[in-house]
Design a protein around this ligand. Structure first.
Ligand code: COA
Length: 363
């Protein structure tokens, strides 16, 4: 019971996604991850996840139009970003703006929640640099518009494809900590905005979605391929964890790592990423895997989603402090779908604890 991370506890039944940690396989609503990333846009994946959980049917084409309108609608809330809010880390500032949105369980609430992080994060990043936020362009896809709002220019085809692949890839992933948080809140009947706020709060920790920024810090600190082995050895000697490695469920390579590497390729081939950065990352990955095998022979530790996420988001010019916020943009649809599934089919989640404190003194 002590230090229990609930690893063997089944806490929900879901039709949304399945993570097979032994085989290194992720299935989203019956579709394997590689196929989904190859064939689906963000809007396709969102429609797939939400199918059957809202009061009306949703197609990807419909979602594209309605999401464009929702981005324009939520942009009005950017005005509420005052100096105190903008002094917060980007993910916290984004969460504070989302907290202003009304709660609810319907399609309109869902649209606002999918649009809000996509609009608020680029706006917060620009305001924090002293720049004017860029209004959304409703006719663009969600991925293209995020990049347009971030950089105040139209993104390249390769950039849009890379962000789209990333958002699809992280849209859902079983009962991870943030998704569980979303379901716990949904089980009380609190509403989707509350579920998403709880989920963002769980996501931002370094053991969940807060790792990709530190992955880049690690690559910067290592600096060159020759230094990788020594630097990693010293980090482990200090008792540190290597960011971007290890996973609660996967005992093999996280399937999303190679899918992300694949999504980076067109950017590399068209000269939109520094090839030295990729070479260094590959060398660090190999050195880390070798040293983890040596130091932790009983615990299979492989690369996880955060390692190549860091490279992809860096290539798309997101500042590293914003990486967790971009993760939230992609995962919100998973949180909403799980919250709806819980609200429709589950019961109040209320586990028990074992009391180990003092007993009252007899009078
Ligand atoms: N670097 C070094 N050692 C690691 C490690 C890492 N990244 N991840 C796990 N370990 C070691 C632990 O120190 C522990 O060793 P010990 O038994 O000798 O103390 C053992 O592996 C088991 O770790 P545990 O904390 O029980 O695993 P977990 O399932 O709770 O942790 C993570 C999963 C993801 C939290 C963990 O692997 C981690 O902290 N990784 C780095 C952060 C990261 O990349 N997060 C993003 C996750 S997608």
């Amino acid at each position: 019971m002590k230090n229990n991370g609930l690893e063997d506890v089944i806490a929900a039944e879901t039709r949304l996604s399945d993570v097979d940690g032994e085989a290194g396989r992720l299935v989203i609503r019956g579709v394997s991850l590689d196929l989904l990333v190859e064939r689906a846009t963000y809007e396709d994946a969102a429609a797939l996840l939400l199918d059957g959980f809202l009061e009306r049917a949703v197609t990807a084409a419909d979602l594209k139009v309605r999401l464009g309108q929702a981005r324009a609608e939520v942009f009005a809330h950017v005005r509420a970003a005052d100096a105190a809010l903008l002094s917060l880390p980007p993910v916290d500032a984004m969460r504070a703006l989302i907290a202003r949105l009304p709660d609810g369980e319907d399609f309109e609430t869902t649209l606002r929640l999918l649009a809000a992080p996509a609009v608020f994060l680029p706006a917060v990043l620009r305001l924090q640099k002293g720049e004017t936020p860029v209004a959304p362009t409703p006719s663009l896809s969600q991925s293209a518009d995020i990049l347009a709002m971030l950089n105040a220019s139209l993104p390249t085809r390769e950039q849009v494809a890379a962000l789209d692949a990333y958002l699809v890839m992280i849209a859902d992933h079983g009962l991870n900590a943030s998704t569980f948080a979303s379901r716990v809140v949904a089980s009380t009947g609190a509403g989707l905005t509350s579920s998403v706020l709880a989920a963002i709060s769980a996501l931002k920790g370094p053991l969940h979605g807060g790792a990709p920024g530190p992955v880049l810090d690690m690559l910067d600190a290592i600096g060159s391929e020759d230094n990788a082995k020594a630097w990693l050895g010293q980090a482990l000697d200090r008792g540190e964890r290597l960011m971007g490695f290890g996973h609660r469920i996967y005992r093999v390579r996280d399937p999303r790592a190679d899918a992300l590497k694949g999504a980076l390729r067109p950017l590399v081939m068209t000269g939109q990423v520094d090839p030295d950065r990729i070479r260094l990352a590959e060398a660090v990955e190999q050195a880390a895997l070798a040293i983890l095998r040596e130091r932790k022979p009983d615990r299979p530790l492989d690369v996880n989603v955060e390692f190549y996420t860091a490279l992809l988001l860096d290539a798309l010019k997101f500042p590293r402090a914003a990486f967790t916020g971009v993760f939230a943009i992609g995962r919100t649809v998973g949180w909403v779908a799980h919250a709806r599934e819980q609200a429709l089919e589950g019961r109040l989640i209320r586990p028990r604890s074992v009391y180990v404190g003092p007993l009252p003194q007899a009078a």
